[in-house]
Each structure stands twice: as C-alpha cells, then as structure tokens.
Design a protein around this ligand. Structure first.
Ligand code: SF4
Length: 190
C-alpha cells in the first residue's frame, strides 16, 4: 500500500482504491506540514529554493486543517490545492513543493504527465525545501556512514564510497544551515 501511495503522489483519480490512496496521501501531507508548522513556530528554519513556499504551505495547512484529515472530502480539498502539494522524499531528506512547471523529475514537464517522480528527484529542482530536522537527519546519516567506513572488515573501495557519500550529505547539511530562513525572516522579506 505504501509503495502505491508513493507512486500515486500527484495522481488525481477519484474513486475506489484511488479515494483511499488520496486519503492516505492527504493525511501524510497534512501531518508533515503540521509538524513543519510546529517546528517553524519554535524558531526552526527551512532552506532551499522552495523554502518560502514550504513556510506558506505549512501556515495554510495549519489554518485550514490543523494537521487533521478525517474525511475523503477533506483529502480531496487538500490535494486539490496546488499550494499544499508538498511531499516528503525521505531518501533525499527533502520536501518536494510540487509545481509541475518547475519539476525536473519527469519527461512530461509542461505536458500531460502531471505526476512527480520522487525516485527521479533532481537535486537542482526549484521545488526543493529542507527543514532543520532533515538537515539533522543528513548529519546523523553521514556520521553513520563514516562509522561504517572505519569498520575493520570493509574493503577500501567501499569505504571510500561511504566516505564520499558522508561528505556529500555533510555538505548539503552545511548548505542548509548557511541558507536557512525562519518564519519571522520570511515575513520581513518582500
Ligand atoms: S525533481 Fe524532486 S523536488 Fe523536483 S518536482 Fe521532482 S520530486 Fe519534486
């Protein structure tokens, strides 16, 4: 079911199993945006080209749904609002603030294919935003990779790959901290 949901992100079918998938998708979106709203209220920050859109989506979701999707109707309303089409990409430690016109992950950009492909997520996409929490996860993952690389039985080529991946994650986390904005800073921006 979870695989289907992730593959179905962005789909807009409206009956049977699709209603159920939409419901679960909308519930997950609302939960993530609500958690982001809470983190922002505590002074945490977000970074990335879509950082300001994520801040606004979190505020709007909180205002309209408070993180609670309890009916198919609410799920449809949430998914019908392009500003709230925010999906987590756990593998890449980011939120996709989906805007089809900006998406780099599917060949149908600007065409009929409106579905995003989280498994083809492109690190230069303008729909990307990251939270402090995701930056912390990247640092934790980098630490874990370095530990694996130092284990005595790991062959050197593999250890090198693990270290390179750790460095890449650390660099992304540092870039996040250098560029992050808070909700208060967002309000002061033009
Ligand atoms: S490339 Fe990634 S961030 Fe951009 S639209 Fe596709 S899934 Fe979303």
């Amino acid at each position: 079911m979870r695989t289907l949901i992730s593959q179905g992100y962005g789909a807009r079918s409206r009956n049977g199993i699709h209603d159920l998938l939409d419901f679960e998708t909308a519930r997950t979106v609302a939960e993530h945006l609500s958690n982001t709203h809470e983190a922002l209220a505590e002074g945490k920050g977000v970074s990335g080209p879509a950082a300001r859109r994520l801040i606004q989506a979190a505020a709007q979701e909180h205002h309209r749904f408070s993180g609670m999707i309890t009916s198919t109707r609410q799920a449809r309303n949430l998914l019908a609002d392009p500003a709230l089409n925010v999906f987590e990409n756990k593998e890449s430690y980011l939120f996709c603030n989906y805007d089809q016109a900006k998406a780099l992950c599917h060949p149908g950009r600007g065409g009929k294919n409106e579905a995003l492909s989280l498994d083809r997520c492109h690190n230069k996409c303008a729909n990307i935003a990251r939270t402090d929490g995701q930056a912390r996860q990247m640092k934790d993952a980098a630490d874990s990779l370095r530990e694996q690389a130092e284990a005595s039985l790991v062959p050197e080529p593999l250890a090198d790959r693990l270290r390179r991946k750790a460095e890449a994650l650390t660099a992304l986390a540092e870039r996040h901290h250098a560029n992050r904005i808070t909700a208060d800073q967002d309000q002061l921006m033009p």
